[in-house]
Structure formats: structure tokens, C-alpha cells
Design a protein around this ligand. Structure first.
Ligand code: AAL
Length: 390
């Protein structure tokens, strides 16, 4: 009996010490007061919920409006472009970056002018487009103010078969490097939609943004090997001068079942005509569609729109490779071509962007499927303090 009593007593003492011990530590870890009404800028020195930990650790500032890579976006209609009463036979889409040369702004874009609207891969032929960007050319326009544009005509036409891009040349971007200009673009050798949206990247070069442009007539960034994530397509080439090299970001997709998973890769070259070497860590952004990059501080920022777990975020990589979410926002510009004053200056102190040109697809609905260009304004510059945009 004595043994039983002492065992019960020991058990009682043990249980009491456990519960009181637990109680004490639980009490000491839960703050007695809630968060102050004003969100502290510095991480408070107290236990935080997972959400509040993340609010300080993941984003550039605890409040969006204090985050240098947070912005809202304003859109303005452009003047000077005719769309044939929006009947679907004329489309302008996927603008390049905007550059400022010879006292004016320049933008290049996919231009389609076909007898019909896009009819899909089964009904397309030599003159009827399958997709909105099928049977297209690269055209360009100039402007003094970024709103009123003068369309100048073709920069890169479709080359004769079987040259790269004979079916369609689309979705270009501009590079200025050592006094010369380079237009990178998707070169289709078959109508989009026959298998997927398959194409590599080609390039044309010129001594002037006004042309004439000489087609290099070779693939400069090719599709990956069979089984690789980018085996079918290299889309949305986006060149920036960084680390004394050409960093060309691009979009591809795993293109498997059940659906496409689009991501962003990087190819680097010393020379604009290549060879471009794909980064061993590709894809470098796990999301994005027509992703737009711009130098920011010592690294690279990215507007990651549509597609993927991290769509509609603004991301940052201090080394141009290892991206993380800097801000989450909304109504981001589709296929943005920003005006980036330091895109080609090899800067390690990127100043950001305040405006550019983007597009709206199916601008009047799918019945007369075509895209239009429009201007976006934002507050992603370190040199202005325009709180109106935040
Ligand atoms: C766009 C871009 C590429 C695709 C197609 C035309 O938004 O991602 O250019 O190929 O769609």
C-alpha cells in the first residue's frame, strides 16, 4: 500500500509540474497586448504569428506603400493607331521596351494585317492567320510624348521560306549595345497552334533605330533539348545589359499534361549575336507570361504577370538570377514594354521605371479577336516620389 501511495504521489507531482510548466511557458510566449494601431516599420521584438513574421521577412516593407517595388498601374489610350474599326483584321501587340533616341521615343511591336481575324490552326492557310500573332511582322512607331504615336511601318518583315521566321515574326524586344541596335523576336516556322506555340528566337541588327534592319537569318536562342523544360519554345525575349553581358530573359513552358506551366528562363551572351548560354539554374522565375525585367539597385526586378503560383507579383534578384517576391499587386500591365533609361548602361544602381507600353488581348472580345497597345504609368522608380500611383 505504501508503495502504491508513493507511486500515486509521484505521478501527481509529475503531472502538476508538467502542466504548470507548460502553462508558464505558454503564458510567457503570448503577448498580453495586441499589435499597435500603427503598423511598426521595424519587426517588433516579440513573438509573431506566421503571417506577421512573413509580413516583415518576405516583403521589402511591412506596408505596400512603403515598398519601393510596389505600385498600382494607370492606363491611357494611345493616339495614332488605326484598327480598321476593330474588325479583327489589324492587331498590334507584344510591344518592345520603349527607348529614347534622336529626341523621340521608339517602340516596336507585333503587327498583323490579314484578310480575316485569326481562325485557329485547322482553318489557317498562307493568308488566314491561326492565332492573333500568326502571319505578323515587326513594326515600329515614334512619339514625342508617349501618348501620340506615328506609325513608321515595318522594321522586320517575314523572310522568305525556309528562313527563321518565314511564317511569322513576333514579340520582339530591343537592345542597344556598343552603338548598334538589335531586335530579338520569335521566329515561327509553322503556324502557331499546329502542335503548340513553337518557335525559337531570331535577331536583326541596325546602325539606327530607324533601320534598315539586317536579318541575321540564324536562330540565336534555340529551344532546349528533348525533355527539357524549354524544348518547344523560347518566347518573349527580353535583353538587358548586366554584368558587362547581355542577359536575355525569356518565357517557356513545360508543355505537359494536364496543362502548361509557364516560367521564366535566362540566357547570357558576351555578344548580341551569341552564342547565348542558358543559365544552369533555369527556370529562374517559377511563374510569369510576358515577363518584363528592369535593372533595380544592384540587381534585376521583374513584372511577373499571369501564369504560375507567383503571378501578379513584382520580384527582385540582387544577382539577376535568384528571384524572390518583393511585392504583390493587381491589374499589372500585360506584355509590358517599359521605358527603362538604364536598360543598356550596365548599371549596378538601377533606377526603375515610371511608364511604358502594354497590350490588351481580345480588345473588343473574341468575336473580332485582335489586340491593342496602350500606355501604362506606375511608381517603380527610385527617382520620383509620386504617391498618387501607390
Ligand atoms: C504572347 C507571348 C508570345 C506568345 C504569344 C505571342 O503573349 O507570350 O507572343 O507566343 O502570346
Amino acid at each position: 500500500t505504501l508503495l502504491k501511495i508513493s507511486l500515486v504521489l509521484m505521478a501527481f507531482v509529475w503531472i502538476t509540474s508538467c502542466t504548470t510548466g507548460h502553462k508558464e511557458s505558454a503564458e510567457s510566449s503570448i503577448p498580453t497586448k495586441g499589435f499597435p494601431f500603427i503598423l511598426p516599420k521595424e519587426k517588433p521584438n516579440r513573438p509573431l504569428s506566421k503571417a506577421m513574421e512573413r509580413n516583415y521577412d518576405r516583403y521589402m516593407a511591412p506596408r505596400p506603400e512603403d515598398n519601393e517595388l510596389y505600385s498600382q498601374f494607370k492606363y491611357t489610350e494611345l493616339k495614332g493607331f488605326d484598327y480598321n474599326n476593330h474588325d479583327g483584321t489589324i492587331s498590334r501587340r507584344d510591344p518592345s521596351k520603349v527607348i529614347f533616341e534622336n529626341g523621340q521615343y521608339y517602340v516596336w511591336y507585333t503587327y498583323r494585317h490579314t484578310p480575316t481575324k485569326p481562325m485557329g490552326a485547322k482553318k489557317c492557310n498562307d493568308t488566314i492567320p491561326s492565332a492573333d500573332w500568326d502571319l505578323s511582322e515587326i513594326w515600329y512607331a515614334t512619339s514625342k510624348d508617349g501618348i501620340n504615336w506615328h506609325e513608321q511601318g515595318v522594321a522586320v518583315p517575314r523572310p522568305p521560306k525556309p528562313q527563321v521566321g518565314w511564317r511569322s515574326v513576333t514579340t520582339c524586344d530591343i537592345l542597344k549595345f556598343k552603338g548598334k541596335y538589335y531586335l530579338y523576336y520569335q521566329g515561327f516556322m509553322q503556324a502557331s497552334g499546329l502542335r503548340g506555340d513553337d518557335c525559337p528566337v531570331a535577331v536583326s541588327y541596325s546602325d539606327s533605330p530607324d533601320g534598315p534592319w539586317t536579318a541575321y537569318n540564324k536562330v540565336v536562342v534555340d529551344n532546349g533539348n528533348e525533355g527539357e523544360w524549354d524544348q518547344y519554345s523560347i518566347h518573349d525575349p527580353n535583353p538587358i545589359v548586366y554584368n558587362d553581358q547581355i542577359y536575355l530573359y525569356y518565357k517557356s513552358d513545360f508543355d505537359g499534361n494536364p496543362r502548361l506551366v509557364r516560367m521564366t528562363g535566362l540566357a547570357i551572351a558576351d555578344n548580341p549575336l551569341g552564342p547565348f548560354k542558358k543559365h544552369p539554374l533555369n527556370p529562374v522565375i517559377n511563374s510569369g507570361h510576358e515577363t518584363s525585367m528592369f535593372p533595380f539597385k544592384e540587381g534585376m526586378a521583374a513584372l511577373v504577370i499571369k501564369d504560375g503560383n507567383e503571378h501578379f507579383t513584382i520580384q527582385y534578384a540582387p544577382d539577376g538570377v535568384n528571384f524572390d517576391i518583393a511585392a504583390i499587386t493587381k491589374l499589372m500591365p500585360t506584355a509590358a514594354g517599359p521605358f527603362i533609361p538604364d536598360a543598356f548602361t550596365n548599371t549596378k544602381d538601377g533606377r526603375g521605371i515610371t511608364w511604358g507600353i502594354s497590350h490588351i488581348t481580345a480588345a473588343t472580345g473574341w468575336e473580332n479577336n485582335h489586340a491593342i497597345l496602350l500606355r501604362f504609368d506606375c511608381d517603380l522608380s527610385l527617382d520620383v516620389n509620386d504617391q498618387d500611383m501607390k
